[in-house]
Design a protein around this ligand. Structure first.
Ligand SMILES: *Cc1c(COP(=O)(O)O)cnc(C)c1O
Length: 370
């Protein structure tokens, strides 16, 4: 049996009857740039996340950059974030002109450890950018409390976490601004790139609307310099259809996670830790094992799709060498990058497939095939 890490064709076959006319609808109206489809989808995301406003943009990376620009974060500023994340988190801080300051993660949740944030604050610190990694929210109460005490802005990197909940509230509504990605492999993924910002701050939302179109106040009149970063109307049409299924698909991922957790219990496999009262949407199902690389080879040899998120912490990336970090500086992040592996978790996985995935993992871990 061959099990892919993710299969979006199965999903398309189910929603083809909704998707195809939605795409044709955009083409027929010629509303390619913003327009009613994008506006309607923005409103829907705001409602889903529980914020007053949502502003579409071209990608999750741009959402992060736009949020930093909107808060005036740039040259001479520092932004505290996690090193154990997709590159865009640190990259967007650098591109804004600021310096990323990496704070180690909590070994259980893989999210930034709030207890280590305060020691990293300096007079240059402007913002904290926690990531809701793999689909579980960072521990936002202590993060917001620290930010409030020091007058810092909090920007959620919620790229992997649409629909994820923290103490009854949704990702994107837990700080000053939330940043989402609609990259195809996210729980809500388009057929290309897309992104969104969510906020309760009306003024900030209006500013983002200006920044995403070259800082214009009215057409061809520019009060500042922004970007070209709009949410494509074709993507909005696709995403609007997929939104009808988002919770059902995220719940399916969660059921698959429960299944694996049961199969892997009482073994050396560390299954994902779920915080009390959280809704984890399992954008990734990530296990921790001592011999990660061996398990990965074994899964590959047996046609089980898997991936390493992420093999190298951001503080050790070549492009950040000038920041002066060295190996051993952020040990939990470095250990996670050596011990974790992501398994197939998408909702349309069949029962036979997930049994095969679990059995193949267990055969290796039990030493039967080593
Ligand atoms: C996917 C992702 C991004 C970037 O989103 P794009 O839409 O690919 O630009 C940023 N941060 C995290 C944590 C992500 O997973």
């Amino acid at each position: 049996m061959k099990v892919p890490l993710l299969d979006l064709v199965r999903q398309y076959r189910i929603i083809k009857g909704e998707i195809d006319p939605a795409i044709a609808g955009v083409v027929e109206t010629q509303y390619f740039k913003l327009g009613p489809k994008v506006a309607a989808f923005e409103e829907r995301v705001a409602e889903y996340c529980g914020t007053k406003r949502a502003v579409g943009c071209a990608s999750g990376t741009d959402a992060l950059l736009l949020a930093l620009m909107a808060w005036g974060v740039g040259e001479g500023d520092e932004v505290i974030t996690t090193p154990y994340t997709f590159f865009a988190t640190g990259g967007s801080i650098w591109r804004a002109g600021a310096v990323p300051v990496y704070v180690d993660i909590d070994a259980a949740t893989y999210n930034i450890d709030p207890a280590k944030i305060e020691a990293a604050i300096t007079e240059k610190t402007k913002a904290i950018m926690p990531v809701h990694l793999f689909g579980q929210c960072a521990d936002m109460d202590p993060i917001n409390e620290i930010a409030k005490r020091h007058g810092l802005v909090v920007i959620e990197d919620a790229a992997q976490a649409i629909g994820s909940e923290y103490k009854g509230r949704r990702a994107g509504s837990l700080a000053d601004v939330g940043c989402f990605s609609f990259f195809p492999s996210k729980n809500l993924g388009g057929y290309g790139d897309g992104g969104m910002l969510t906020t309760d701050d009306e003024k900030l939302a209006d500013l983002l609307i200006s920044l995403r179109e070259h800082g214009q106040s009215e057409l061809y009149h520019h009060w500042t310099i922004g970007m070209n970063s709009r949410l494509d109307a074709l993507q909005a049409a696709v995403l609007d259809v997929k939104m009808n299924h988002l919770d059902e698909w995220s719940d399916g991922r969660s059921r698959n996670a429960d299944y694996y957790n049961e199969r892997f219990k009482d073994t050396e496999i560390v299954t994902p830790f779920k915080m009390d009262g959280a809704r984890h949407i399992y954008n990734q199902y990530v296990i921790r094992v001592p011999d990660r690389d061996g398990l990965k080879e074994h899964l590959k040899a047996n046609d089980v799709g898997c991936a390493i998120y992420y093999p190298l912490s951001l503080h050790l990336q070549k492009c950040f060498a000038k920041l002066g970090y060295k190996e051993g500086d952020l040990p939990e992040s470095e250990r996670a990058s050596k011990e974790t592996l992501s398994l197939p978790i998408f909702s349309l996985l069949t029962e036979e497939e997930r049994d095969y995935v679990a059995s193949t993992v267990l055969a290796y871990v039990a030493g039967n095939v080593r």
